[in-house]
Design a binder for this molecule. Structure first.
Ligand code: NCD
Ligand code: ZN
Length: 353
């Protein structure tokens, strides 16, 4: 990485280790933004119906590849995942590994968008988790308890005590990514965890959780485009995330969690959870690292640590960013409708050249 001057950055092309691109007519529109910035992305399996088998994941990968051809790019690799259910067969694990699937995603049932088929209780999944531990296939976790009596802002912290810690005790060699962490508790848990070996626990962090606190959901009125899950937290949590992301600790890496929903389903009496950050996610991360004067740590967070965790080669292509404000459109095309990107109508300080 070189900080050529204060005004430009050259770095190895990054990867997005947590991304929703959906399916059908919206897939290409969504993907067109990601492929400009990232070489690979871990594709989330929470479609309707969810991607629960290797066969479904392979068919989904083919649909993505078709859209990539239409975008005329062969520079992007989708990394596929499976959606864990109470009924996932342990035999699917080795098949997944052999098919190049990079992880299996745990959605506690009802925790977030399209999670109804998720896991009701991890005790139903012991055989699968055992097989994953043996096959060295990571478990990607949406870490929020679904207990409705727990305050929505506390659900991640409670999940650590009730689910994550017991899970890690039962499966000490299981490789885990704690996805889109949002709290001081999660940042400290991942930073300080004693692990059986080095590369066993990681966490992704989104741009919105590095740049905004929960005031952003309510500034001047209700702001549905700032509502995602896990929900934005207090400032002290944002600062803790920023600290670990920029600390040079290889357990923390980039995952945008860009989660597209049509404008009408966000600006709605019961709006969907998800921020669409793909338009210039990288520019947002640069802003976050710059805010602490730690641009020198950005490349490892964005381009090295995720690849190292997943045991994949680091990218070699170099990209360049300029400190030149980019205006974010108020809406972008999304199939036959539109979507409102994060920062809509405002600008992002850094843009890709
Ligand atoms: C995601 C989605 O829309 O698929 N939404 C979100 O708020 N992050 C699901 C998820 O990752 O929780
Ligand atoms: Zn997500």
């Amino acid at each position: 990485m070189s900080l050529n001057s204060l005004a430009s950055i050259s770095m190895v092309k990054p990867d997005d280790w947590h991304l929703h691109i959906r399916d059908g007519v919206v897939l290409k529109d969504v993907l067109s933004h990601t492929v400009k910035q990232f070489a690979r992305a871990v594709i989330m399996p929470n479609l309707q119906p969810p991607i629960t088998t290797v066969a479904l994941a392979q068919a989904y990968r083919e649909r993505i590849e078709l859209q990539l051809q239409q975008l005329a790019t062969n520079q992007f690799t989708p990394l596929m995942t499976l959606y864990l259910t109470d009924n996932t067969a342990a035999t699917e694990v080795q098949k997944a590994k052999d098919a190049g699937i990079v992880g299996i995603k745990l959605y506690p049932a009802g925790a977030t968008t399209n999670s109804d088929s998720g896991v009701s209780n991890l005790k139903h999944c012991s055989a699968v988790l055992e097989a994953m531990q043996k096959a060295n296939l990571p478990l990607l976790i949406h870490g929020e308890t679904t207990d409705p009596s727990i305050d929505v802002f506390d659900r991640e912290a409670v999940f650590i005590d009730r689910v994550l810690e017991p899970l890690r005790r039962d499966f000490p060699e299981l490789r885990i990514v704690f996805e889109h962490i949002t709290t001081l508790q999660a940042a400290q848990y991942v930073r300080d965890a004693h692990t059986a070996n080095k590369n066993i626990l990681g966490a992704t962090i989104t741009p919105q959780h590095l740049l905004m606190n929960r005031n952003a959901i309510f500034s001047g009125g209700i702001r549905p485009h700032h509502y995602c899950l896990p929900v934005l937290k207090r400032e002290e949590h944002r600062l803790a995330l920023l600290e670990v992301a920029t600390s040079g600790n290889a357990r923390f890496f980039l995952g945008t969690d860009s989660a597209p929903h049509p404008k009408g389903l966000k600006e709605n009496a019961c709006g969907c959870a998800g921020c669409f950050s793909a338009f210039n996610a990288l520019g947002l991360y640069v802003e976050a690292f710059e805010s602490l004067g730690r641009l020198d740590r950005l490349e490892a967070f964005a381009s090295f640590y995720g690849a190292d965790f997943y045991g994949l080669p680091r990218n070699t292509e170099i990209i360049r960013l300029q400190k030149q404000a980019q205006l974010v459109p108020t809406e972008l095309p999304l199939g036959d409708t539109t979507i409102v990107p994060l920062r809509a109508g405002e600008s992002i300080a850094w843009s890709l050249t």
